[in-house]
Design a protein around this ligand. Structure first.
Ligand code: S3P
Length: 175
């Protein structure tokens, strides 16, 4: 049977939330947009920066694993995944049970600009002295994890969200 859900992966500020909401809107009321970070915030009762500051990244990754497991049980959802879910293969194995995995690729420059717009404080891993250097370093390390996890890869450079959404749905044979 065809999978009914889509999980968006990619670096922080690569457009997962915007594209995820647009996909869910396009697919209609049967579809729901969810975020692994939001599941964690609701489960733990703290913001992401609070979890990092008070409990550390390892504990955050544990919460993230449970969030991916929860998300993977749902049909007809568009899941925006935290940028680090690819670091644990168990997350990807779980998500793949019900979801096609779509990688949104963006350049360091675009990620940096978008992260600045969102505000850096919401992302503890980028809330550093030189965010651009951090982005380059982390992206370099994670690139192979993103690429091997993806069923399809979509380059978002200089494309608007409508054409990205259409590209994803066509590549996955949803339309
Ligand atoms: C992280 C990405 C964040 C959030 C946390 C860690 C990462 O989510 O899960 O700050 O390791 O890349 P977004 O990708 O939605 O910003």
């Amino acid at each position: 049977m065809n999978k009914t859900s889509i999980a968006l992966i990619g670096f922080m500020a690569s457009g997962k939330t915007t594209i995820g909401k647009a996909l869910a809107d396009y697919l209609g009321s049967e579809y729901k947009f969810i975020e692994t970070d939001q599941i964690i915030i609701e489960d733990v009762g703290k913001s992401i920066p609070e979890i990092f500051a008070e409990e550390g990244e390892d504990k955050f990754r544990e919460y993230e694993m449970f969030a991916c497991k929860k998300a993977s049980r749902l049909n007809r959802v568009i899941v925006s995944c935290g940028g680090g879910v690819v670091l644990n293969n168990v997350n990807i194995e779980n998500l793949k049970k019900n979801c096609y995995i779509v990688l949104l690729q963006a350049t360091v420059e675009e990620i940096y600009e978008r992260a600045l717009q969102d505000d850096l404080e919401s992302r503890p891993l980028l809330n550093k002295l030189n965010p651009k250097v951090e982005i380059k370093k982390i992206l370099n390390f994670r690139k192979p994890f993103y690429e091997k996890s993806a069923d399809i890869i979509v380059d978002t450079t200089q494309k608007d969200y409508v054409s990205i959404t259409q590209e994803i749905l066509k590549k996955l044979n949803f339309i």
